[in-house]
Design a protein around this ligand. Sequence first.
Ligand code: FE2
Length: 508
Amino acid sequence: MPILAHSSRRLARRRTADILSVSPASRPVASLSPSVQAAAVARQPRKEGDIGSVFASLSGEKETPLPARFGELKHLIIGDADNQARLTASWRSLIERLRQLAPEIERKQQQSIPTVSYEELIEAPSERTIQDIKRCGTLVLTGVIPEQEAQQWLEDIRTYIHLNPSVKGFPANDKQVFEIYWSRPQLAARSHPRALAAQRALLKLFSAPPSAPVSLETPLTYADRLRIRHPGDAKFALGPHMDGGSVERWEDERYRSVYGEILRGRWEAFDAWQMDHRVEANQNMYDGAGSCGVFRAFQGWTSLSSTGPKEGTLRVYPHIREQTAYTLLRPLFKELQPRSALSHEDYLSAENWVLDMESTRFPGAPLARGQELNNETHPHLELERSMVSIPRVKPGDQAWWHCDVVHAVESTHQGQGPSAVMYIPTVPLTAINAQYVRDQRESFLQAIPPPDFPGGVGESQFQGTGRESDIVGDTAKNGMGMAAFEVPADLSPGEADIRRRANEVFGF
Ligand SMILES: [Fe+2]
């Protein structure tokens, strides 16, 4: 299969001519543009930095009011009297459901989160396992990478860091989340045949109509950072948040369509596992530090250490339908009496909440930052009781969470050893994702940070950085935009179309 270093540079030069440049801050709601075009916001190099710039809470920002158009957007979503009545009734049933769930989640803890072996997921997952995963949105997948291989990767990463002491990281005085994207172990982990098979199996949990321009067979590669958290650390305390943008979930028409059932007052009918609208949703309207240029069906990491609850691991809300419905409905409602004036129960009671027809507030959803959630912004989730740590993982196990899952990182690491992971998501082939991978390929060839991440010279001056020869196997090369997708005759029309389009985007 050809590897086209020269053609990728040519394509990168051509890039800005064929994409749409928009000024999102001035765009009125009424002129929301088609998602695929809007998603092609000219990618500007990011400033140098670290993960501290991604979330408002990590960078110390307070809530700033959104522009007036967000009030119009709320009006548009809340709709006519019929929809208002449905929304109000569905809000009541949802907060009653959340009230029941909180003590159940608190009691079950890790039992709420399925642990599934690689073999079961690949060969024949039981109906019960599938339903468990779909109810929760998160799973631990065990035994994906042989344990010794994963341990060796951690050793090799430590050597790479030692060889290149100028590496950036967060926090700057005790680096634990490293601005490293192109180390050999990361390339090996992203290319590993079992990792790619796991991603294909995870994509199959979603459904898409045959005409949808998406491939669930051919995962793309998204290069991300790695984390080696030290025992005792309390700095990398990432609070509850959702990936995949913030206000975009409401503002972008296509993204909003994903949640159509919820916004029409039928949250019980919401299916988080439908892929069709998601593939053309624009999750990145403001190109801020926290934005993501691809649609990740699952975010995930591959563990390089043995890490359990209280050891700096992942925490999630384990019921995806309810938490997504609540997050989407929350800006449409406001409290009548503040928390300080009422008992906890009366404050959360449906009697204390009414449709918000005036304000521009989208709690925890600032422009160009990630969607954050806390007890003030999203009180009915009772996050202090209902965020649970995932079960213990060993080196080579993976944690996976659906793109809507509310997740956090444990605030302190009370364990004895490192809590080390490589962030590696599951990314289906879509038009938007192929464009990103084309640009990411250029970053790889220059060994600079990928387009979504803080810029600078990255690893271009480092010793021991991975090269094209480290991308092994056709599937891995496909995922990096370094080999053409095959287009056999028996594909669905949507899948055949997207593979052909991706080959064009990649220059084949
Ligand atoms: Fe996240």
